[in-house]
Design a protein around this ligand. Structure first.
Ligand code: SF4
Ligand code: SF4
Length: 193
């Protein structure tokens, strides 16, 4: 019996398939070139010349399950929810979470992080830290990807303040707030260059 994935005789001689592939490429090349020329003269503006997303002017909405930059969640009083238990740092396969624990002034809270840092150059965005946290204190639901430029390693270290600020901005501005801010910073960096 012939297996489904077996190539036909026509496919096995390759030449027709090569011609078919080239015809697709050639069609898109001439189509896009013609549309770009028409756009320059103000015609056919409603027809897209390319199918790629023209980032950063255009953006795709990331799926709800997207693992973006981290944030430290906050209690109702605005303080950090993290109890410096080190479970996230222990679970992290990239060893990129640094925590310094301190005694909390409130006797009902055992500890809190004096320092909480993530080295985003080492992070592999696996989400293990989020899974490991027993307090829902760290999340990756920021819908923003990490910064991609910097001049030293320190530029890529996200501190406790940065991670907490993300939670505040999300609460104030909604799901797109951090991405809008990131795109503004791209434009500002471009203006300075
Ligand atoms: S996402 Fe993964 S690699 Fe990044 S800090 Fe969390 S556990 Fe570590
Ligand atoms: S973020 Fe969660 S797992 Fe990590 S130290 Fe804080 S409470 Fe523990």
């Amino acid at each position: 019996m012939k297996r489904k994935e077996e190539m036909t005789w026509w496919e096995r001689i390759y030449i027709p398939e090569i011609i078919r592939g080239l015809s697709v490429t050639t069609y898109h090349f001439w189509r896009n070139l013609a549309l770009h020329i028409l756009h320059v003269f103000g015609y056919a503006r409603d027809t897209r010349a390319a199918y790629t997303v023209q980032y950063p002017e255009e953006r795709k909405r990331y799926p709800d399950t997207y693992r973006g930059s981290h944030r430290l969640t906050l209690k109702e009083d605005g303080s950090v929810r993290c109890t410096a238990c080190f479970l996230c740092a222990t679970a992290c396969p990239a060893n990129c979470i640094y925590i310094e624990a301190g005694e909390h002034p409130d006797p009902t809270v055992e500890k809190f992080p004096l320092r909480y840092e993530i080295d985003t150059l080492r992070c592999i965005y696996c989400g293990m830290c989020v899974e490991a946290c027993p307090c829902d204190a760290i999340r990756m639901d920021t819908y923003v990807h990490p910064r991609i430029w910097g001049y030293s390693r320190e530029d890529f270290i996200e501190t406790k303040e940065v991670l907490m600020e993300r939670s505040r901005k999300l609460a104030a501005g909604g799901r797109d707030a951090l991405m809008i801010e990131l795109l503004e910073s791209y434009k500002a960096a471009e203006r300075q260059a």
